[in-house]
Design a protein around this ligand. Sequence first.
Ligand SMILES: *Cc1c(COP(=O)(O)O)cnc(C)c1O
Length: 240
Amino acid sequence: MIYDCPVSFAENLASIQQRIQAACVRVGRDPGSVTLLAVSKTHPPETIRAAMDGGQWLFGENKIQEAKAKIPLCPGKARWQFIGHLQSNKVRDAVELFELIQGVDSLNIAREISKRAEQAAKTMPVLLEVNVAGEGSKFGYPPEQLLMELNELNALPRLEIHGLMAIPPYTPVPEKARPYFQKLHDLKTRAEAVLGAPLPQLSMGMSGDFEVAIEEGATIVRIGTALFGERVSSQQRSVD
Ligand SMILES: *Cc1c(COP(=O)(O)O)cnc(C)c1O
């Protein structure tokens, strides 16, 4: 990866922050209500350290192996969230490495997270992943199943449900993602009714469509390419 020039990163970061702010202003939201998660998957520690020099502290990784190797090489104030698909044999590492696990999509994995968090004497904040378009190829809860399992998930002692996340189908036209973002927001409202408590986080929007996601209520936008440039590897969101 050649994209480790701090000047370019700082420029990209400033531009993304401006766009986040403008999207917030358009819909009357406080720009402070949107968190930028810099998706650093595939990028080397030097790139991440340069990003930290540029003022970015929150990073997203989608593979446990990669994160385990990289995180110790990026010391300092960095905070890490897991945005991949988690398998049970990787849960222990995930609980140790990450402040938040995005992408919980089954009771089994949720139970494992709670168990491992208990062993580590902590509680683990998570987001539940929703398969908003019902795509066979995607991970995530079907909306109705999520609502059915919600109380059971919420009863797990060491799991804290902080909200929902989704990865809508890719489209080159950001506007086409809007219905999926609306759907996730609606589902959050229904989930809050089931739980009788607010869910603060809605993780949606990536490089191509984060402004639309913010207009529809995103509180976390996950941005890789628009900050770091194209990823060299063809890694998408493979199972780790
Ligand atoms: C890679 C990835 C992103 C970032 O995608 P970009 O289009 O590069 O911004 C966001 N979310 C998830 C879950 C990812 O795997």
